[in-house]
Design a protein around this ligand. Sequence first.
Ligand code: KG4
Ligand code: ZN
Length: 378
Amino acid sequence: MLTKTPDSSAPDAAADDALVMGPVLGIETSCDETAAAVVAADGAILSNLILSQIDQHRPYGGVVPEIAARAHVDHLDGLIARAVADAGIEFGDLGAIAATSGPGLVGGVMVGLVTGKAIAAAHKLPFVAINHLEAHALTVRLVDRTPFPYLLLLVSGGHCQLLSVLGVGNYRRLGTTIDDAIGEAFDKTANLIGLGYPGGPAVEEAATRGDPKRFKLPRPLKGRPGCDFSFSGLKTAVRRAVEALAQDTLSAKDTADLAAGFQSAAGDVLCDRVGHAVSAHRDIVAPLDRETEPMLVVAGGVAANQYLRNRLQKTADAEGFQFMAPPRALCTDNAVMVAWAGIERLRLGLRDGLDTPPRARWPLDPTAPPAAGAGVKA
Ligand code: KG4
Ligand code: ZN
């Protein structure tokens, strides 16, 4: 059933709360970034610190959960203290604590969650448990005051989903990946073509020099009904293309052409699936009777990709949708988005108990059926 959330649809309506609520400390530890940030209730970013663990994971070609959890333990306390100091405040000035409680690598999530709860208990502050995906989903509202509802393409290292965002905590999933997430496909492709870890930005950079037409790569599920995604066939096609070159080391041109070919195929697939989601989204929001222009939002780490942003802008234009994306630096994991999601929830009077558990899996739309495919991430 549709739920109207008029109180959460207009961020400006909460301006009064902004005057009474102190700044919120956000904590993010769900993957390989240790992050802490302080955001004022009106959305002003007072501090934003991110400690990347890239160097620790690079030798393994990907994130090692045990190493990630230990690194969070080693650095989180110091990072939080600095984030509060950089904001020019003391712990007692904070209005609340918001920590990512899932989904993600559960060892890392536990570190941030326990730390956040301890600070909340010590300073008698409200605590908010944040869904990492919701933090990505709401970031655009911090920057642009984007009103609900909007069609969201959520593209990250662990997820690739299309959702109708109807309000805080109110999501309707239209499609998801039936195998790999798109960020994962970028990272694996980077590895295959000699660009190493982390792959997304490296593929984007190499693609600027490449010919996207040289290698004929598939567009999985393109033109098929529905809004689901599939990327494993594309990744396999890149591997076959590399093998067919039969060289020990790829030339810079081969790497650039493969990167461009992969990125262009990924762009075709994303735009095709968004095209399918547009009408499903319109059907969902029509009964809500909100007089807002239809809006497409892209979020998550892969949304930092400028080529994909340009492609999605064109698709939105063609469909009569406005297009919004957070600044590139707020697309990849950060704690500003966690603090902001906390502010959005606090404005609605939502709080969580200190008994809130970490959650490895936490779908935004719990009613969505599993996608038909193997290795599905809801
Ligand atoms: O949201 P995020 O920082 O972490 C997760 O929640 O997963 O997303 C990380 C993913 C990685 O797979 C990374 O390669 C990808 O986002 N990514 C990019 C770009 N920057 C980060 N993919 C394509 N182009 C980029 N510029
Ligand atoms: Zn993320």
